[in-house]
Ligand binder design. Structure first.
Ligand SMILES: [Zn+2]
Length: 479
């Protein structure tokens, strides 16, 4: 809700006229009653404690304002009405109004969306494939074991419409996957899948991809319209590698990007923050919003100077966006494996949170992959499940606490299930579990990547300009 606005000019005019009228009446203008006490004749207060505007010996005992004051108020009101709609007026925001409004804010429910059928999608020719149905069932089981699902507002899943998919993907991209629906020939499916990087297609893939995207959009709809406070989409197939016209990295339609575009187009949001802590770079999401200053995309991913999948130059820290979107794309490349809670917490505290506070997002969407969690064979990082609530919790004070968490990767079933369930617990408002292990200092490789990222973003964000910079010549000169 926007705070009420008064115009500074009208307020000044009202004040000047009131004083003028009062001083006129003091010097005996015919017909105007004498102002009491010869005071400055300020604008009356509702309690009547300012004496100048009242025509009585004891202003506290009278409730009738002077004719001069009434006339001044009338003129000021007319002036204000006249000035409304005039482009030259200066607006002054009431700095107390947001604080006053916040008293009526109430916490809404945490939404949860999933569909049991999402366990059907599997690789028919590789039973050991990492992107397996248990990724979905184990997360859900753990949420149920902790009695979390019953505390959530469960939303019915829904499929995305073709129009919703075409907001970002090409028609051919949509139709090509639709044609695979229901194909029972495994060899043909394997051949079709091999045309793409890290993709398998199942007869149910098209329908389930629509369901994953539609459910993410549904969740975002509930947050933006105020029907839920925050929420989680436990979905598969994942989405953040899916590009405009290419299936990639277990992904077909880009769930998070489609929900973001929906919030921009339908709900007219102006500032959305996407945080992607999946251990792989979400190059699909990055590309969709690379020129768009309405979306900050912030990704933390294993990079190893480009030797880790998807081996893209654009995954490095210098990819900061282009055109109007310059400065709105963040990549924190992890150039070593074994990164710990300390490294991830440093990224959040030193870079993400200051930027998020300055950006003031209206909505936060988390591309939540748990493949940086301890034990994941793809990430080879060492973030403990208990750390995820510590990453999420500070985000809940931003964006009116409108935070949507959307499942991406995570291939160690134990740490995936525990990390995702603890994230949901955090959305529900439970305290963060203590980090029993000592939080190590960030590693040298992380410090270097983080400082590089800060350096390239420094011109675009005031919060990153606290420290002075010196060039080499200056430093040598001072030595
Ligand atoms: Zn991943």
């Amino acid at each position: 809700m926007s705070p009420p606005i008064v115009t500074r000019r009208s307020a000044q005019q009202a004040k000047i006229q009131t004083r003028a009228m009062a001083s006129k009446s003091k010097t005996g203008t015919p017909g105007a009653p004498t102002a009491a006490g010869g005071s400055a004749g300020g604008i009356s207060s509702s309690s009547g404690s300012i004496s100048g505007g009242f025509n009585a010996a004891d202003p506290r005992k009278t409730n009738k304002p002077s004719a001069a004051l009434l006339e001044a108020k009338r003129r000021a009101r007319n002036n204000m009405l006249k000035n409304q709609g005039c482009g030259s007026q200066e607006s002054v925001t009431d700095i107390f109004q947001n604080a006053v409004n916040s008293k009526s804010m109430v916490r809404k429910p945490t939404a949860l969306i999933y569909d049991e059928s999402m366990s059907q999608h599997c690789c028919l020719w590789d039973k050991e494939h990492y992107e397996c149905p248990e990724r979905f069932t184990r997360v859900l089981e753990r949420c149920r074991e902790l009695n979390l699902t019953e505390r959530c507002l469960e939303l019915p899943s829904r499929s995305a419409t073709k129009d919703e998919i075409l907001r970002l993907h090409t028609e051919e991209h949509f139709e090509r996957l639709k044609e695979t629906s229901g194909i029972r020939d495994d060899e043909r499916m394997e051949e079709l899948s091999s045309r793409y990087d890290s993709i398998y297609i199942h007869p149910s893939t098209f329908e389930l991809s629509l369901l994953a995207s539609g459910s993410t959009i549904e969740l975002v709809d509930h947050l933006v319209t105020g029907k839920a406070q925050n929420g989680m989409a436990i979905i598969r197939p994942p989405g953040h590698h899916a590009m405009k016209a290419e299936y990639n990295g277990y992904c077909f339609f880009n769930n998070v990007a489609l929900a973001t575009q929906h919030a921009l187009d339908v709900h007219k949001l102006q500032r959305i923050l996407i945080i992607d802590y999946d251990v792989h770079h979400g190059q699909g999401t990055q590309r969709f919003f690379y020129n768009d200053p309405r979306v900050v995309y912030f990704s933390i991913h294993r990079f190893e100077h480009g030797s880790f999948w998807p081996h893209l130059h654009e995954s490095d820290y210098h990819a900061i966006g282009s055109e109007a979107g310059t400065g709105y794309n963040f990549n924190v490349p992890l150039n070593a494996t074994g990164m710990t809670n300390g490294d991830y917490l440093a990224i959040f505290q030193q870079l993400l949170l200051p930027v998020a506070l300055e950006f003031q997002p209206e909505l936060i969407i988390v591309s939540a992959g748990y493949d940086a969690a301890l034990g994941c064979p793809e990430g080879e990082m060492e973030v403990t499940p208990a750390c995820y609530p510590h990453l999420l919790n500070p985000l809940l004070r931003l964006a009116d606490a409108r935070v949507a968490v959307v499942l991406e990767g995570g291939y160690c079933l134990d740490s995936l299930a525990e990390g995702a369930a603890l994230t949901l617990r955090s959305l529900l408002g439970d305290p963060c579990p203590p980090l029993v292990e000592t939080v190590p200092l960030p590693r040298a490789e992380l410090a270097q990547a983080l400082l590089s990222c800060i350096a390239v973003h420094r011109p675009h964000w005031r919060c990153l300009q606290l420290q002075q910079t010196y060039d080499c010549a200056e430093l040598q000169g001072s030595g």
